[in-house]
Design a protein around this ligand. Sequence first.
Ligand SMILES: *Cc1c(COP(=O)(O)O)cnc(C)c1O
Length: 218
Amino acid sequence: MDTPIASRALATEAVHAGRDDLARQGLHAPPIDLSTTYPSYDSRGEAARIDAFAATGAEPDGAPVYARLGNPTVARFETALARLEGTEAAVAFASGMAALSAVLLVRGSMGLRHVVAVRPLYGCSDHLLTAGLLGSEVTWTDPAGIADALRPDTGLVMVESPANPTLAELDLRAVAHACGSVPLLADNTFATPVLQRPAEQGARLVLHSATKYLGGHG
Ligand SMILES: *Cc1c(COP(=O)(O)O)cnc(C)c1O
């Protein structure tokens, strides 16, 4: 990947982020990589590359190893989204609900299964938290009640602004402040990074459903 150019305007990033390698390859449109596995001509060397990838998580040099671990098309999307949101990194999942599930599972596996959340949230997010399907326990509150709702086992504060479907808005900076050291997850689906970048307001996690505004859908 090329060195990020910190000073690029958002409009420029929206066109070029994640596509820095294309010109070098003589391409304008990002190719869609459909491979699930990749050819290997040296099985010992390839095994070493997979071991190093598994140990460090760092993308290996050369051809991709295995699409479940890394796919060039998905990597471009992740790079673009991280640059647009101004976050350290981005991770793409097959759906927005898969992304939220991963967050809840990771926090729960750290013993931090309590979630503080503000309604309204997208209906399925609300249902996933309320049902406790992934082992989480939710306390619903309003923004003013966040600080009091935090417990030692609170692993996440979750909000959505503008909310689906009411378009209710929150002061994300004030909410992030109320969270203290607990990570704030802001669902930014209805704004996109063009209109709002929650990480700049103090959110530590930003979630998107790419089936909506981000993907150009209604
Ligand atoms: C649709 C939606 C989701 C869920 O995303 P999927 O990609 O459909 O799983 C999450 N949050 C918001 C705000 C949504 O509108």
